[in-house]
Design a protein around this ligand. Structure first.
Ligand code: CDP
Length: 288
C-alpha cells in the first residue's frame, strides 16, 4: 500500500474494469475445503485468488504453559505464519512483527465467537500457514481458520468471515490483488460474524472519505455473505463425504472418533456446521 505507482500503470481502465478484468465489486475466485488434515482436530485448505492457505486447529486441550491458563475460559491462540516460499522474494522464516500483529488480530476476531467459557483452563490452538501469498492473506487466513474451528466441532456463536475492500485510482473496490495492494491508495480488511453482522476485525491502511467508508462496508458485507455460503458448503461437503463413507474419514474407512472434549461437551455449533463432530481432548498439550 502506498508504493509509488510506476509511470503508465492503470489500475482501473476506461471501462471501469481492473487489471485482472474484475469489476470493482467482484471477488477473486475462492475455493474452500474442510477436513483436509488427519492429525489435526479440524482443518481447512483455502485458495483465494493467488493465495493458498492451510488452517489447522488443535484442542480444546489443557493449556500449557500453565501460567497461561484462564480458570474461567479457554484461550484461543492463533499463530499466523508465512512460508519462506510463499512470496517472490524469499521470506525470512520465523515470526516477525507483521506475523505477530496478524496472529493477534486473528485471535481477537475468532475468540469473540468461540464459546470459550465451556473449556476453562484449556487452549484452542489455531495455526494459519500461508503457502502462497498474493495480498489479502489475513482475510484468507481468518476465513480458513473459522472453517477449521467449525470442522473441529468447537462451539461457536457464529461463523467469522473476512474480506477486504480498498481504494485504487480513486475507486472503492473489493478484495485487492497484489498490484492493487502495492500501488493503491487504501486497504481496508474487515471480518464479520455471519449471523449477527458484528465486526470483529477492522484495519485501515490509507485514507477514506465517509462516503468511501460507507461503500467499503456495503461491498464487504455483501461479499462476506457470499463467502459465508462457501464456508458452509465446504463443511457440508465434508460431512456428506463422511456419511457416504459410513462415518469414517473417507480415506481409510476408520470410524469417526467419539466425543471426549475437556470438562464440558460442546452443545452449540456454528451455523452451517450443525453436523460437526465434537472435539477430542488431548493428553499431551503443547504450547504454541
Ligand atoms: O496479506 P495481507 O494483505 O493481509 O497483508 P499485507 O501486510 O498488506 O501484505 C500484502 C501482501 O504483500 C501479501 O499478501 C504478500 O503478497 C506481500 N508480502 C510479501 O511479498 N512479503 C512479505 N514479507 C509480506 C507480504
Amino acid at each position: 500500500m502506498g508504493g509509488k505507482k510506476p509511470e503508465g500503470m492503470v489500475l482501473i481502465n476506461d471501462q471501469g474494469l481492473r487489471a485482472d478484468g474484475r469489476r470493482p465489486d467482484q471477488l477473486r475466485n475462492i475455493k474452500i475445503e474442510a477436513g483436509v488434515l488427519k492429525q489435526a482436530d479440524g482443518s481447512c485448505y483455502l485458495e483465494w485468488g493467488g493465495n493458498k492457505v492451510m488452517a489447522a486447529v488443535y484442542g480444546p486441550r489443557e493449556c500449557h504453559p500453565r501460567h497461561d491458563q484462564d480458570p474461567t475460559k479457554a484461550r484461543v491462540r492463533v499463530r499466523y505464519n508465512m512460508a519462506a516460499f510463499s512470496v517472490s522474494d524469499r521470506k525470512r522464516p520465523g515470526p516477525d512483527r507483521r506475523s505477530q500483529e496478524i496472529s493477534k488480530i486473528s485471535s481477537e476476531a475468532l475468540e469473540h465467537v468461540v464459546l470459550a467459557s465451556l473449556y476453562p483452563r484449556n487452549a484452542i490452538d489455531v495455526f494459519i500457514e500461508i503457502l502462497e501469498a498474493e495480498a489479502g492473506t489475513r482475510c484468507a487466513g481468518v476465513t480458513a481458520a473459522a472453517v477449521a474451528l467449525a470442522d473441529a466441532g468447537i462451539p461457536m456463536k457464529g461463523m467469522v468471515t473476512s474480506v477486504a475492500a480498498g481504494k485504487i485510482d480513486g475507486v472503492v473496490c473489493l478484495d485487492l490483488s497484489r498490484e492493487e495492494d502495492n500501488f493503491g491508495e487504501t486497504d481496508f480488511p474487515i471480518a464479520y460474524v455471519s449471523n449477527t453482522k458484528e465486526i470483529v476485525l477492522l484495519q485501515q491502511d490509507g485514507h477514506f472519505t465517509p462516503a468511501d467508508m460507507d461503500r467499503a462496508l456495503e461491498l464487504t458485507q455483501k461479499a462476506a455473505e457470499e463467502i459465508y455460503e462457501l464456508q458452509k458448503q465446504a463443511l457440508l461437503r465434508k460431512y456428506e463425504k463422511l456419511a457416504q463413507n459410513g462415518g469414517g474419514d473417507g480415506d481409510d474407512g476408520e470410524p469417526a472418533q467419539p466425543a471426549a472434549a475437556s470438562d464440558a461437551a460442546p452443545e452449540a455449533a456454528p451455523e452451517g456446521a450443525s453436523d460437526a463432530a465434537p472435539a477430542e481432548a488431548h493428553d499431551e498439550p503443547e504450547a504454541i
